[in-house]
Each structure stands twice: as C-alpha cells, then as structure tokens.
Design a protein around this ligand. Sequence first.
Ligand code: SF4
Length: 350
Amino acid sequence: MKFLIQNGGCIIGRSIEIEGIWVHTNIIPCHNRCGYCQIGKKKVEDIPFSRVAAIVDRFTEWKEERGLSDFKVWHWVGYTHDFDLSSLNQVKRLYARHGWELDLILLGGISDRREDELRSWLIERKAIGFTSVVASFMGYGSFHDRWSGRKGDFERLMSVQNAAAGLDMDLQQRIFLTESSIPYLDGLLEELDKLPGKVKVREIYPLFYSGRAVKLEKERITEDKLNGLPEHIKRLYRSDWKNWRSEKRWVETVMDEGDMPEKVSLKLILNESNISRYESMGCEEILAELEIRTRNAYSKIPSRRELCQRFGDVSNERVYMFRHDIERKWFNTHLQASSTNFERNLTHLD
Ligand code: SF4
C-alpha cells in the first residue's frame, strides 16, 4: 500500500509520496550544549520509553498485518544513549524488529560517572550486546569543550573510550571539520592514537546544516580547503565525501534534476500533552490525521528547483553534505522573505 498525495491547485507546494511513519520525541536528557547541535532547542519530554515503544510496536504490527513490507516504521527519542538498562534493551529490541542491529552506544551528552560506575555502566551494556562506543570531537582539550558547552567534556569522552577499550569494546570516533577546527586536527589525532583498543571507525566530516549549525556558516569549510588538506586527513573523510558539494555545485546538480514527488515519512511528534490522545487512537486514524497536516505543510514549500533558482548562491564555495542541507538553507532564505505559518516540523526541512 502506498499513499500518494498530490498537491492540487497550489502555485507552490510539493507532491509527496508517503513511505512510512517516524515516531519522534526527545526523552533523553543531554548534558552538553554543543554549538552545532542538530536538535537546537532540547526540551526533554517526561515520557517513559515503554509508552513510545508501545506506539512503535502498534504501527509495526499494523503494517505486518497488512503485508506492507515497504512501509517504514522508525523512531527517534534523542541523540544521547544515556538510557536506563531496561529502556536500552527496549530500544535494541525495536531496532531488531525493524531489521537492524543496534550495537553501539552514543556518548554525546552522557552523565558524569565515577570511574567504577562508568566501568559497571559499560559492562552492563556489553552484556546485552553493545560492542562499541561512539565519541564525537571538535578538536581537543578546552577548544572541544567550548564547542560542546561543557567543561571537561574532552577528558570525559577520552576516559569512556579508554574504559571501553579496556573491556574489549571497539571505538568509533567522529570528527567535525570546520574552519576553526583545522588547526586542532593533528593534535586530536595524536591524542586519539594514544588510546588503547581497536578503532573500528574514525571519520571526519563537515557540519550538517540544521539546528544550531545554521548559524555557523563562517565555520563551514570551503571546497578548496576540503580538497587541499593533507592526505592523512583526507583518508579519514567519511566514505561518501565525493558527494559533498559546494553550494555552487549543488545549484548545478539541482537544476539538472527533474522535480519528483518528495518521499517522506509522516512524523508523529509525541509530547507530554498529546501522547495520551495518540495512545487512544487507532493507527489508521493517526495516519489519516498526519497525512492531512503533512500535506498542508508541504503545500507551503516551493519545489526544490524553484528554491534553487530563487535563492541558490553560485558564489558560495562552502560545502554541504546532503541535498536536504542545501535545500534547508534556501528554504530559510525563502521564509525570511515571506514568512509563512505552517507546521514545518512535519517536513524534512525542519
Ligand atoms: S551531545 Fe548531541 S544532542 Fe547533546 S548537545 Fe551535543 S549534539 Fe546536541
């Protein structure tokens, strides 16, 4: 079963093809305040994970009963993996139900723990199948801490990785590449190389264009710099780096593409005040409501080519990783020129 919603009659607005539902809420406190945080504002909802999981399970059962194997059911509950053990088990179960193995722990924004507590925390997680820890860096020392908005964060991430390596867990390291972090790259790599254990992934990439990072355009790396860094740094660029482009090249790409219906997942955004209502509704009732609201939201968004034509800046050499990043930039400019009241958070350009 496929939903295909056409936007009839509007001068602007997009056709969308609905391919799933995304149950979305932020229930995990994060102790950082990263200057580039994709979430931006971080209101934490006081909702037990089990209630979110019950809704995700209901949608999974609904699609299974109808044989809708292509209909995707996703969930997102926060970027930090500082869950209690029982919730973490539930998260793992949901991932497995959707066909993915969750075996890594995201360390951004986790609570402070004494060394013995940290070790027990990791041992418990290893026992239920978590095999690696993921740490993200913007340089090292106080430079990193300033960006993460938390004193001692660099040392904290290093101690957790050290403890994880001591328990034979793998390390994954993500490094942000910005104008001001370039001078810190070699020093950071030296620090990371001192850690024991196996580095399963070490990758470097620029900032996303979302959340707080939309205000960091001066930090965004240019294509010349990206291509001109030494080979030992370029070797660590994430494997999709050949697809990263300057705005100038994105304009060429988007203008060459035809306009297709946007493939979107409906977003069920749960908060403390609406969750009971959604718990009392059937899946089809929820989908029908979200479909109407999502169609209304997309009816306010010009086509990607139109945004590109009107707002694409061919003099901009700064690099954006994804099509939705550069599109979000153009859409922000569009909204500055003609502010519109609509549910942007239901779209892929939120
Ligand atoms: S750790 Fe992640 S969720 Fe927390 S502020 Fe930083 S980027 Fe945002």
